[in-house]
Design a protein around this ligand. Structure first.
Ligand SMILES: NC(=O)c1ccc[n+]([C@@H]2O[C@H](COP(=O)([O-])OP(=O)(O)OC[C@H]3O[C@@H](n4cnc5c(N)ncnc54)[C@H](OP(=O)(O)O)[C@@H]3O)[C@@H](O)[C@H]2O)c1
Length: 355
């Protein structure tokens, strides 16, 4: 059995990790930490786990994390970077971080996007970016895996295939990502922006320029295409609890003639046999394109596209994920499975709800 500890287990991604791990046949949950809810039963914060997990929250400062084989850090950015370096020095332990603290390879990007100097830049080159579909072999050997931001995951997964195959024909300086995202992405601590009367019924742009996840998307698309890439992302808060739909606009040069079938082939070849990538494009019916509703609670990323062939040529790419699953805890469990040599889909194969 793998002994797992979850730091920040009272939050939304921590709760989602618990939902997945209680069903994992190879994992024993050793510690769940919360500083605010020490001594409280887990089901007081995560009522969906009542009867499934009879544990209380402990303080991170009082538990011996070295007893774990792996810890998941589900805390705000700026937290895990302060204790993970000592932890991996002192213990033979693997870390799966759900925050932004180890995602960016270039330490200067932390100054630029997070207004802080990374205290352990040497660990950034060691940490592996946790999109299994892009970094599977490195994840298997990793000591630290940095799970992607949820918006970054939705855009990167859906764009990587065409950036690999069509990089010479794409306007790499003008990639536009327009995302719609549910309220759970803001975490469990209430704020004015997430207060129900302010959040319900809205379609509200936020951080329309310079969003932090832009740095991750550029990093990954640059790696896959081998060329500098500039991404312009604008997220919108919409009236759902879970889910992201990212609509990306990729402009092609005037010379290239490319058909639907050729684009399909690019996606199929890139994601051949991937268990959590589904292609959604039908000629008729309601379900012609990806829709977050169909992936809620699941680890699937649903991808679709359309081509604008008149005037300026454009590929419109759609990507739907659950921000708390493929965008966070599901990706983390997929990475755990890879890091410990377990069948990659363990504890992750279930369909969503319908209707
Ligand atoms: N929500 C999403 O959709 C999503 C998706 C992908 C990635 N992420 C990332 O995952 C991380 C957790 O997100 P979340 O949505 O689960 O947040 P959350 O619901 O706010 O939970 C964060 C947890 O961290 C603990 N915490 C709060 N402030 C802390 C601090 N300064 N130092 C250490 N622990 C602290 C809290 O527990 P106690 O105060 O009780 O200890 C809480 O349980 C964040 O870095 C977030 O950016 C979130």
């Amino acid at each position: 059995m793998i002994n797992a500890g979850i730091i920040g287990a009272s939050g939304y991604t921590g709760g989602e990790l618990l939902r997945l791990l209680v069903m994992h046949p190879e994992v024993e949950i050793s510690y769940v930490t919360s500083e605010r809810y020490v001594g409280e039963y887990v089901h007081r914060l995560h009522p969906n786990l009542k009867g499934l997990l009879q544990m209380k929250f402990s303080s991170r400062k009082t538990v011996d994390l070295c007893n774990c084989d792996v810890i998941f850090t589900a805390t705000p950015h700026g937290s895990s970077m302060s204790y993970v370096p000592d932890l991996i020095k002192e213990c033979d332990i693997k870390v799966i971080d759900l925050s932004a603290d180890f995602r960016l390879k270039n330490p200067e990007k932390y100054d630029e996007y997070y207004n802080r100097t990374h205290p352990n830049p040497q660990l950034l080159s060691e940490a592996v970016y946790g999109i299994a579909e892009l970094h599977r072999e490195d994840i298997k050997k990793a000591r630290i895996v940095a799970c992607p931001g949820c918006l970054a995951a939705s855009a990167t997964i859906s764009l990587a295939p065409i950036f690999k195959e069509l990089a010479d024909h794409i306007d790499l300086k003008r990639v536009i990502v327009d995302s719609k995202i549910g309220s759970s992405a803001a975490g469990a601590t209430p704020s004015t922006a997430t207060h129900h009367p302010h959040r319900a019924g809205i379609v509200r742009p936020y951080k329309p320029t310079g969003h932090r996840h832009t740095a991750e998307i550029e990093q990954e698309l640059q790696e896959v295409s081998g060329k500098p890439v500039e991404v312009f992302m604008t997220p919108h808060a919409v009236d759902i609890v879970r889910g992201i739909l990212s609509t990306s606009h990729v402009f092609l040069d005037g010379e290239i003639e490319i058909s639907d079938n050729e684009i399909w082939k690019i996606y199929r070849n890139f994601y051949r046999d991937e268990p959590f990538i589904r292609f959604i494009r039908d000629k008729k019916g309601l379900y012609r394109y990806p829709n977050p509703k169909n992936v809620i609670g699941t680890n699937y990323a649903d991808i679709g596209f359309d081509i604008e062939s008149k005037g300026i040529k454009r590929i419109v790419v759609f990507s739907a994920i659950d921000n708390l699953v493929k965008g966070a805890a599901g990706a983390a469990v997929q990475n755990l499975n890879l890091m410990f040599g377990i069948e990659e889909t363990t504890a992750l194969t279930f369909p969503g709800l319908h209707p």
